[in-house]
Design a protein around this ligand. Structure first.
Ligand SMILES: [Zn+2]
Length: 340
């Protein structure tokens, strides 16, 4: 079959997302304006029990900061951001707490933002990625779970242990570290991976050196991502990336015709979770060079433009519907081969 699904949307070779744990109002001071300036969407991890409230949690470095409320989170959704569940209490989740921390918390956030919550993000540390927590995430229909493991996510990896790159001024001892705006980028380029950064609320100075970066460091990070990534990096909210990942994994292609005149395929999904919100896939098709003079693909009988990537290689992004037919035609002579 000459039809192939790209690893990432738009045929990009690696992916960048960024998450802000706790969803604090002060993101409006520096982080959100930087996102608007660079055109990169963000993601907040919301503690359901603290919606709209001023933080007062043990010795938290962010005590006194206010968490966003439903309306403020809806404003982020309108900016293309996503919202995840960061538990009800931000405590260690025991098996007895799973219903409140994962099911009820999600319900409360969904009610507040009037949209589905598709991702879980472990509060505290990876203790909250324990077997009973991840089993509950799967059973409750989450599409993925984010950890605190530093690393790049592979295009074929499973989604219930997503790594996140700590975008922090300095790591905890005994290793410590110097701030590195290029962290994991080379690796993401090499393996075609997905970086998910995380921090809390970049201000003039990091609120806590081991938990956050400064606004200047966040700017350096965005400049490094776009500078190194150029046209090869796809910057997207995790919901969009996870949707793409699942659509790619569950796509089924039936070859209807592959010959010298035309290529026809029927697309559908097998076992795609119904809560997947975006069903777009980027496809590539190898065709004879003579078909490339005015590249278009026929989707359900209607022509749509395709991009010429290399000689004989066409690329297009389509919203996949069950049973949808794609067709490419090679029977159109080039315009200069026709009698005027
Ligand atoms: Zn947190």
């Amino acid at each position: 079959m000459s039809l192939k699904v790209c690893d990432w949307k738009h045929g990009k070779s690696w992916v960048y997302s960024i998450t802000y744990d706790e969803g604090l109002v002060d993101l409006h001071r520096f982080a959100i304006p930087l996102h608007e300036e660079f055109g990169i969407p963000g993601h907040v991890e919301v503690v359901a029990g603290h919606l709209g409230a001023v933080r007062q949690l043990g010795q938290s470095s962010y005590n006194g900061f206010r968490h966003m409320n439903g309306e403020e989170l809806r404003d982020l959704l309108r900016r293309g951001w996503g919202v995840g569940n960061h538990s009800w209490s931000h405590e260690v989740i025991t098996p007895q707490m799973v219903d409140r921390e994962l099911r009820q918390a999600r319900e409360v956030i969904e009610e507040a933002i009037q949209a589905p919550v598709l991702l879980y993000c472990a509060p505290g540390d990876n203790t909250n990625m324990s077997d009973h927590v991840l089993a509950a995430c799967r059973q409750l229909g989450y599409l993925g779970a984010m950890s605190l493991t530093d690393g790049v996510n592979r295009s074929q990896a499973e989604l219930f242990w997503l790594n996140r790159t700590a975008l922090h001024d300095q790591f905890y001892g005994p290793f410590f570290s110097e701030y590195d705006p290029y962290r994991n980028i080379r690796q993401a380029q090499q393996v075609g991976g997905w970086i998910i950064d995380y921090c809390h609320c970049p201000l003039e100075e990091p609120v806590h050196r081991n938990k956050d970066c400064s606004q200047a460091q966040l700017r350096q990070r965005f400049e490094a991502v776009l500078g190194e990534g150029g046209e090869a990096v796809w910057c997207a909210a995790p919901e969009e990336v996870v949707s793409y990942h699942l659509c790619r994994r569950h796509l089924q292609v039936e070859v209807l015709e592959e010959n010298a005149q035309r290529r026809r395929y029927r697309l559908g999904f097998a076992g795609l979770p119904p809560q997947v919100p975006c069903r777009q896939l980027t496809l590539e098709l190898q065709v004879p060079g003579a078909w490339c003079h005015s590249p278009s693909v026929w989707v359900q009988g209607a022509p749509r433009p395709a991009a010429l990537v290399r000689p004989g290689l066409l690329r297009f992004t389509v919203e996949v519907e069950e049973g949808m037919e794609l067709e490419l035609r090679g029977d159109q002579p080039s315009p200069w081969a026709r009698r005027a």
